[in-house]
Design a protein around this ligand. Structure first.
Ligand code: AMP
Ligand code: MG
Length: 488
């Protein structure tokens, strides 16, 4: 029994102690011949895990679901969600939560195996995952972390030795996902659906204890919790917009209470600045297009508010009023975070009335000239305006002069402005063609070196290192738009 101790697993299972309605007790289904293909060593260390031991047979068996670590109490979580606007009962159909790892510094993280076999919630699915999408989640979630955007993280990817049947046979894999919790708006929707207010209270108290301990003693703690989630989501989505991240499937089951990004299926980074950009092959109407993300955030929060009404006030009218008031702060909060971020992207450190026009004008010119989102801000950061797609146009020349004049009107030097810009405008993002190239080498040729290099370059996106230059180049123009899939 002590064998797993050496790896450093140190589980608590607070979620699995909630009433049974919230989960199914289930163990991962064993796989044929697990092989570790990526391990996040720095994350492992943060979690208090021994990197050497994790790479031995026993360590890998745990990451593959073939053995349970001591102290694990594996479950599949129940949840519901609005998918593309429609309510559905869901749950972990291909994931198992092993438990909550308590780190040496006392933090608590869910350790979840994704692709670990069927559960009560699998419906028609096989409970498994293919290698490509799991590696993709690893690359993009870790890139998001390095960009400073709240997100769940990826500890490892293990190939299972079994095939999964999709359109063709693909190598199967299991991703170990690390999150500050997997509580979602959908968890509340699931609970509210049963109409049991006591269960709802148990869940809300649990979420407060886990994510908002400061408000635990507030008399109106449920309203405070809602307000906190509004704030965190507003901030999160502003951060997405500021780097051009398109989540792709902002269903309410994919929106966390913690304010972390979760569910890296059809997501991708925008290249050419076009607010209507959609990558997901199933998002026909563009519901989750780049420009719609802030509004969808609010729509999702409204669904969250509906679930909380019985806890907000005994009189429903009054509860609705309280929820509406709190929800109405979203737009302002979102705009505040987004605008503060845009000012920083332009090196602006104080406030002027005209800044709004300056920002809007730039975006309009970028859109008109199909400028690359990341590389435009990168070029401005390096003060190489000639490198943008807008260079040479009268409107951009005028805009550039206005921007220069604006920077001169602030106390800080231009050097300081550019230093600030370097901290917020990434030199690299996980560009679609680079991600594809890495996945192809790994999946088709079992060559993980391309991916390792990419992960390395993305691990410090604000470094502006020489190596990153190569990763900032755009792909050859293609007449086929980039498409992403849900990753099942
Ligand atoms: P997602 O699109 O990842 O948010 O997943 C939506 C729902 O489908 C969740 O309940 C998943 O657990 C479930 N699901 C996705 N892929 C599979 C699969 N291969 N087998 C079983 N359930 C799945
Ligand atoms: Mg999901």
């Amino acid at each position: 029994m002590t064998q797993h101790k050496e790896i450093g697993w140190n589980f608590e299972n607070s979620y699995a102690r909630l009433p049974e309605t919230f989960y199914e007790n289930i163990e991962p289904t064993p796989v044929r011949s697990p092989e570790l293909v990526v391990l996040n060593k720095s994350l492992a260390k943060t979690l208090g895990l021994n990197v050497e031991e994790l790479q031995r047979e026993k360590g890998i068996d745990i990451l593959a679901g073939n053995q349970l670590p001591d102290g694990a109490l594996p479950i599949a979580q129940a949840y519901a969600g609005h998918q593309f606007g429609h309510f559905t009962m869901l749950g972990d159909g291909r994931a198992v939560l092993l438990g909550e790892q308590i780190t040496p510094s006392g933090d608590r993280f869910d350790i979840q195996l994704k692709g670990s076999g069927r559960t009560l919630f699998s419906r028609g699915g096989d409970g498994r995952a293919a290698l490509g999408p799991m590696l993709r989640e690893y690359i993009i979630s870790e890139a998001m972390y390095a960009l400073g955007i709240p997100t769940n993280r990826s500890l490892s990817v293990v190939i299972t030795g079994d095939s999964v049947i999709r359109e063709t046979d693909l190598p199967g894999a299991i991703l170990t996902r690390v999150a500050s919790s997997h509580l979602r708006i959908g968890t509340f929707e699931y609970t509210a659906k049963w109409g049991d207010v006591e269960k709802l209270r148990i869940l809300a108290d649990y979420a407060i204890k886990r994510h908002f301990p400061d408000i635990e003693d507030n008399e109106d703690r449920y309203l405070s919790m809602f307000q906190e989630v509004v704030e965190r989501q507003a901030k999160l989505i502003a951060k997405w917009q500021l780097v051009g991240f398109i989540h792709g499937v902002m269903n309410t089951d994919n929106m966390t209470i913690s304010g972390e990004t979760i569910d890296y299926g059809p997501c991708a980074f925008m290249d050419v600045y076009d607010p209507a950009t959609v990558f997901s092959s199933i998002d026909m109407q563009g519901r989750y297009a780049y420009q719609n993300q802030p509004g969808i955030g609010q729509w999702n929060l409204a669904r969250f508010a509906e679930t909380l009404l019985p806890l907000l006030h005994e009189k429903q009218d009054h509860a609705v009023k309280l929820a509406e008031e709190a929800l109405s702060t979203y737009e302002k909060l979102y705009h505040k975070h987004w605008f503060a971020g845009m000012r920083e992207k332009l090196g602006i450190q104080n406030k002027e009335e005209q800044d709004k026009t300056l920002v809007e004008d730039l975006l309009a010119i970028m859109e008109k000239h199909k400028a690359d989102f990341t590389n435009t801000f990168r070029a401005l950061t390096l003060d190489k305006p000639e490198e943008t797609a807008m260079s040479g146009t009268t409107e951009f020349t005028q805009w550039y002069e206005q921007w220069q004049a604006r920077l001169e009107r602030q106390e800080e030097s231009k050097t300081a402005a550019h230093q600030l810009m370097k901290k917020v405008n990434p030199a690299v993002i996980p560009r679609n063609h680079r991600v594809e190239e890495a996945l192809e080498a790994a999946v088709e040729n079992e060559d993980y070196s391309v991916m390792e290099r990419l992960i390395n370059v993305l691990s410090d996106p604000y470094a502006y290192s020489a190596e990153q230059e190569e990763y900032a180049t755009l792909p050859e123009p293609s007449n086929r738009p980039y498409r992403t899939f849900c990753g099942t």
